[in-house]
Design a protein around this ligand. Structure first.
Ligand code: CP
Ligand code: NVA
Length: 310
C-alpha cells in the first residue's frame, strides 16, 4: 500500500519560485499589496486570517523576512511561529517529510528559509498546507514581490523596461530572471566571469536576459539598477576571494549617471556600503531601498491572502 504525499496535494498552491504564479497573478498581487498598504496606513483593522497560524522555519538568519511575515500575520488577526533548527527536531535530523506532515496537520501555512532548494520542494510535497519559500540558495521570490511592488509604486508598469543586475549570479539574480520572464522586461546581468547565474535559469529565461562582464556599459539606459551582497549566506568563507573577483562590480554614481534619468536603485538588504554599493548611491535620491524593505510586509500580506483566502 502506498501513501500519497498529501491527500490535498493537487489543490494546494505553493510559492516556491516566482514561476508558481503567472503574469496576471503577479500583477494582481502587486496591486493588492498597494491596497493593503493603504489599509494599514489608514489604521483600518482587516483580519482575514483570524486564528490562522503560519509556521516559519529559519535555517538561515533573517531580519526582514521574519519581521514582515510575523507582523503581517498579526495584522491579519493570525499568529506566526518562529522555528529554528537549533530548538526543533528538524535540527536533530527528523526527516523533512515527517516534519511537513506534522506541521501541516496543525498550522495553516509554512514558510521556509533554507539552503538546499530541494528541501523546500520536499516540504511542499509532503505538506497539506501552502509552503512559501522565504529564500533558498536558488531563489528569493518573496523579495521580488516587494521589489516589483516598489517599482510599480514609483514608476508604474515595468513591462518593456530595462533592469540591470550588477554582481553575483545568485538567488536574487535568479528571481530577477524569473520576474523578467513573467513580467516581460529586459534584464542585463553584469557579473564577473565565473559568477554567472546557473545554467538552468539562463536557459529558462533566455529570451529576457543578456549576460555581460562590463557593469558600466550594462547600466546604460537602464530604468532600474539592482545589486546584492558579494558573498551570500553560506559563502562567508569565500568573502576575501569574492572581494577581489567583484572589485569592478560596485554600483557607484557613475553607474547611476549612465542609466536613464528616472532610474531607481534597489538592494534587498542587508547591504555592505563600500563593497557592492557606494554610500552615495544607496543613501542617494535614486535609492528606494527603504520603501523596498517596507514593502516586504505589504507584498507578503497579499501573498498570504492569495494563498490562504483566495
Ligand atoms: N532581504 C531579506 O530577505 O532580508 P533578511 O535576510 O533580513 O530577511
Ligand atoms: N543573496 C543574499 C540575499 C539575502 C537576503 C543571501 O542569500 O544571503
Amino acid at each position: 500500500m502506498s501513501f500519497p504525499a498529501t491527500n490535498k496535494a493537487d489543490s494546494i498552491r505553493h510559492f516556491l519560485t516566482l514561476t508558481d504564479i503567472n503574469r496576471h497573478e503577479f500583477n494582481t498581487l502587486i496591486q493588492r499589496a498597494i491596497a493593503l498598504k493603504t489599509i494599514q496606513r489608514n489604521g483600518e483593522i482587516y483580519e482575514p486570517l483570524k486564528n490562522k497560524v503560519l509556521a516559519m522555519i529559519f535555517e538561515k538568519s533573517s531580519t526582514r523576512t521574519r519581521v514582515s511575515f510575523e507582523t503581517g500575520m498579526t495584522q491579519f488577526g493570525g499568529h506566526a511561529l518562529f522555528l529554528s533548527p537549533r530548538d526543533t527536531q528538524l535540527g536533530r535530523g527528523e526527516p523533512v517529510e515527517d516534519s511537513a506532515r506534522v506541521l501541516s496537520s496543525m498550522v495553516d501555512c509554512i514558510m521556509v528559509r533554507t539552503f538546499d532548494h530541494h528541501k523546500a520542494e520536499l516540504l511542499a510535497k509532503y505538506s497539506s498546507v501552502p509552503v512559501i519559500n522565504g529564500l533558498t540558495d536558488d531563489v528569493h521570490p518573496c523579495q521580488l514581490l516587494a521589489d516589483m511592488q516598489t517599482y510599480a509604486e514609483q514608476r508604474g508598469n515595468i513591462q518593456g523596461k530595462t533592469v540591470t543586475w550588477v554582481g553575483d549570479g545568485n538567488n536574487m539574480c535568479h528571481s530577477y530572471m524569473h520576474a523578467a520572464k513573467i513580467l516581460d522586461f529586459k534584464l542585463n546581468i553584469a557579473c564577473p566571469p565565473g559568477f554567472e547565474p546557473a545554467a538552468r535559469f539562463t536557459e529558462e529565461c533566455k529570451d529576457n536576459i543578456h549576460i555581460t562582464h562590463d557593469a558600466l556599459t550594462a547600466c546604460e539606459n537602464s530604468d532600474l539598477i539592482v545589486t546584492d551582497v558579494w558573498a551570500s549566506m553560506g559563502q562567508e568563507e569565500e568573502q576575501k576571494i569574492r572581494e577581489q573577483a567583484f572589485a569592478d562590480f560596485q554600483v557607484t554614481g557613475k553607474h547611476m549617471q549612465v542609466a536613464n534619468k528616472a532610474a531607481l536603485f534597489m538592494h534587498c538588504l542587508p547591504a555592505h556600503r563600500g563593497e557592492e554599493v557606494a554610500h552615495d548611491v544607496i543613501d542617494g535620491n535614486q535609492s528606494v531601498v527603504w520603501q523596498e524593505a517596507e514593502n516586504r510586509l505589504h507584498a507578503q500580506k497579499a501573498l498570504l491572502e492569495f494563498l490562504l483566502v483566495g
